[in-house]
Design a protein around this ligand. Structure first.
Ligand SMILES: Cc1ncc(COP(=O)(O)O)c(C=O)c1O
Length: 387
């Protein structure tokens, strides 16, 4: 029987798994031999595909994965990922036994939560936990040595918890002014020192702190944005110690090409009027794909040439000004490389007045992700369509 295609539209994301592996290899060179790295694969691996990124990160030396929510950890288990997974955010107390059964590590961040969780924990299935310390992010976590010791005591007395780790999160590790970061680091050291027993894993660094110095590496680092080949902030770009390789690119194909006369209109509101005779192309991507209306005017690549999106972006389509008559079926690159031109995620983020983190996250699950490994497209069977 002929193999059936997995998707039927001419818009797709290409994820270069070799770029992910290369970013991790370079990052590893900055770590002490014994420092472990935790790959952050929350939010569908920042839009790249959770299981695929988890697999390549584990192959490249990650020993732990981390997500934001229990559902994300369970989704990885369902896709056959057996590596340790830490849920960084708050889980509901009534769900702790599900986590324990699936060997998913949860974050303990408050004494009251712990008392609630104890009602739901099974007798014979212990729960692995990392304690979250709030050193200044102001999100979740215990704040004082007394609170920290109390949660330790409760768990030790109960016996169904295994305190495997302790961690904090920096609010300003990507900024030039290091004052607040150092304040948080100092507070973390004080808090860890006050613990009755030091857990096996002590971690604080996100990508920015990992790349900038070893001072906050402890014995594990949590790597997100740099693994995907993106700089944690534009201001720290000059400090990145190796060239990051962007893994995510976004492509579409011309589905309609036409010549418009001078003075003809394009798209809703008829806001774009051709100043002269123009070739206009239509591509099947719109705001329902996360290619939001604010990207009107953004450049895309056709035949290696930068051309603008003209008129309003529709829900499923948008129009571009072509440099000349280009055949239907020609690839249009919205993020990534064509010939010697490159549109980076940072370029799109700049147009959207946001940070690069947001861009791959908002490209919706309607856009299929396909994968490149060892320089070749991974067999379509292994590509994932997320709906
Ligand atoms: C608790 C925690 N650790 C680590 C990370 C990874 O940060 P980055 O992507 O900057 O490496 C995040 C991301 O938001 C996070 O929330």
């Amino acid at each position: 029987m002929e193999e059936q295609a997995l998707f039927f539209r001419d818009t797709w994301v290409e994820v270069d798994l070799d770029a992910i592996a290369a970013n991790l290899e370079e990052t590893k060179k900055l770590l002490n031999q014994d420092t472990k790295f935790i790959a952050i694969v929350k939010a569908n691996a920042y839009g790249h595909g959770d299981a695929q990124i988890a697999e390549v990160a584990l192959e490249s030396g990650a020993s732990y994965l981390a997500v934001a929510f229990l559902d994300e950890a369970i989704a990885l288990r369902k896709k056959g990922i057996n590596a340790p997974i830490l849920v960084l955010g708050a889980s509901r107390a009534q769900d702790v036994s599900i986590a324990a059964e699936q060997q998913i590590t949860l974050t303990v961040f408050q004494e009251d939560w712990l008392y609630d969780a104890m009602h739901y924990l099974n007798k014979d299935v212990p729960l692995k936990v990392h304690i979250k310390i709030d050193t200044g992010m102001g999100r979740i976590g215990v704040k004082t040595p007394a609170e920290l010791q109390k949660v330790e005591e409760i768990m030790m007395a109960d016996g169904r918890f295994e305190i495997e780790g302790v961690f904090t999160h920096f609010a300003t590790a990507d900024e030039m002014d290091r004052t607040y970061y150092h304040q948080q680091l100092k507070q973390f050291n004080t808090m860890v020192e006050s613990m009755k027993e030091k857990p096996v894993l002590i971690h604080a660094s996100n990508s920015a702190a990992t790349l900038r110095s070893q001072e906050a590496h402890f014995n594990a680092v949590r790597l997100g944005i740099a693994m995907y080949g993106l700089t944690p902030s534009m201001e720290m770009e000059p400090e990145i110690p190796f060239p990051l390789k962007e893994a995510f690119s976004l492509h579409s194909k011309l589905i309609h090409v036409k010549k418009l006369e001078k003075g003809e209109k394009v798209s809703y509101g008829a806001t774009y009027e051709t100043p002269e005779e123009e070739w206009i192309g239509t591509i099947p991507i719109g705001y329902a794909d996360g290619w939001i209306r604010k990207l009107q005017g953004q450049f895309v690549l056709v035949d290696g040439i930068k051309v603008p999106i003209v008129g309003r972006i529709c829900m499923d389509q948008c129009m571009i000004k072509l440099p000349y008559e280009v055949p239907v079926g020609t690839t249009v690159t919205l993020i990534g490389k064509q010939k010697d031109q490159f549109i980076s995620i940072n370029d799109v983020a700049t147009r959207l007045e946001t940070i690069n983190y947001e861009v791959p996250c908002i490209i919706s699950n309607r856009v299929p992700r396909i994968y490149k490994k060892f320089g070749k497209m991974v067999d379509m069977k292994n590509s994932i369509l997320y709906y």
